[in-house]
Design a protein around this ligand. Structure first.
Ligand code: AFD
Ligand code: MN
Ligand code: MN
Length: 427
């Protein structure tokens, strides 16, 4: 199911000389500012962001879902699609699985992943839906439910995710729950939080020593009045209560509009609790739009903090990077490729910031020049660096062009039947 390597090579040949000229010009420009383009290119090559297995299917809203052609039928098809994304972009070496959506025999999963040169990132549990043959419903909550048997079932599910992950080589569990309430008075917010903490402590106790547990906050939805892990403050409290292996996961779409996410990043990292990210973009809420499609400057500002933290903390600073998006009107493979490249772009742009100059402008209270220093890095077109890095790694200079030329979607749609029906549903 891979893209033929001669097709990639042919496609690369058609754009290589233009890319080389741009790379040389950018190299000279950066050299004037004492930046080594070869070093940045290596840095781009080392960058990786995980693909969410659920992102390769067509998404939807609660109104409708419009299935696309050749959608993956199961986790093995999903891994094929993720393999193509990695093959062309060389920026997505891992996949994050969601259980039970991706339930399968672990050895078969491992074998399949190896065949498309992928590894497994964080495991995701799912206690926001009911599954067939499930004894207790999550309609009124899971890890924080009033009923202890329901909480136990949710704890067991999370422990099962850890067990599966262990056999796959994963090293982290991400927990996001929809628990909350829809009406004032519906729940006792204090007692509900206590129940949640107690359940999470049981999950935490099952975590291997070399694993991490990420708690993911989200402001609202599906609960519309109160949500148990509503904000980064709640997430921080949970991670602190649980212990060293627990930290916070920041999904860019899970805040109120205009919230200063880069400041949250700085705060969490300052207290050692920044675990990782779910990248996406949004205009109004948890829109799950493609990374960098609405506000690329905000993505850059997040990476500006991350690069600064990396300089301060060195190799000890290893936040987990993942995409978490819903592709409703595009080919998910194209959206995920373009998003991975946007995230990688923000990382490289942030690496261009003249940090010494910035620190001095900050000391001098020179607000204008401080902001210009960031803007200068953000305005630099680093495309040639990303392109050259992909070429060096055996990927495509122009992943979307090569993908379209390969007719991959048309080929797989011959064996993957169209999923009909107009069901709604956010994935
Ligand atoms: C949610 C969260 C979370 C979860 C996903 C499920 O972002 O990461 O796993 O969607 O589709 O909104
Ligand atoms: Mn998320
Ligand atoms: Mn979300």
């Amino acid at each position: 199911m891979r893209i033929a390597s001669d097709l990639i090579q042919k496609n690369n040949l058609s754009c290589q000389s233009a890319m080389e000229a741009d790379y040389e010009a950018l190299g000279e420009h950066l050299h004037r500012n004492s930046i080594d383009i070869a070093q940045l290119t290596r840095r781009a090559g080392q960058f990786g962001v995980a693909i969410p297995s659920w992102g390769v299917g067509t998404g939807g809203t609660r109104f409708a879902r419009f299935p696309g052609l050749g959608e993956p039928r199961h986790v093995f098809d999903k891994l094929d699609d993720c393999g193509v994304i990695q093959q062309l972009t060389c920026a997505t070496p891992t996949v994050s699985l969601h259980i039970p959506w991706d339930d399968a025999e672990p050895n078969e999963l491992k074998e399949k992943a190896a065949s498309v040169e992928l590894n497994f990132d964080a495991m995701n549990s799912n206690t926001f839906q009911d599954q067939t043959e499930q004894r207790h419903s999550y309609k009124f909550g899971s890890l924080s439910h009033n009923d202890s048997a329901t909480r136990e079932q949710a704890v067991e599910h999370n422990i099962r995710c850890i067990e599966i992950g262990k056999s796959l080589g994963s090293k982290a569990l991400t927990v996001w729950v929809g628990d909350g309430s829809n009406f004032p008075g519906q729940t006792h917010m204090g007692r509900q939080f206590d129940r949640y903490l107690d359940a999470m402590k049981q999950v935490y106790a099952a975590l291997p020593d070399d694993w991490q547990l990420f708690t993911e906050h989200k402001m609202y939805e599906p609960a519309f009045y109160s949500t148990i892990v509503q904000d980064w403050g709640s997430s921080y409290l949970i991670a602190s209560e649980l212990g060293e292996k627990a930290s916070c996961l920041v999904d860019l779409g899970h805040h109120a509009p205009n919230v200063n996410i880069e400041m949250i990043v700085s705060r969490l990292a300052r207290f050692g609790k920044l675990g990782g990210f779910h990248f996406n973009d949004s205009k109004y809420g948890d829109d799950d739009l493609d990374s960098g499609s609405i506000d690329p400057y905000r993505l850059f500002l997040v990476f500006n903090e991350l690069v600064e933290l990396e300089l301060q903390q060195g190799d000890a600073f290893q936040p987990a990077y993942m995409l978490d998006q819903s592709h409703n009107v595009t080919d998910p493979i194209e959206s995920l490729m373009s998003s991975a490249m946007e995230v990688q772009r923000a990382f490289i742009q942030a690496s261009l910031v003249d940090r010494e100059a910035l620190a001095n402008y900050q000391l001098d209270n020179d607000a204008l020049m401080a902001s210009q220093t960031l803007k200068q890095a953000f305005r630099t077109n680093v495309d040639p660096i990303l392109q050259f890095s992909r070429l060096q790694s055996g990927g495509a200079i122009d992943p979307i062009g090569a993908y379209r030329e390969s007719q991959y979607r048309q080929t797989v749609s011959a064996e993957r039947p169209l999923v009909t029906g107009a069901s709604g549903g956010i994935v």
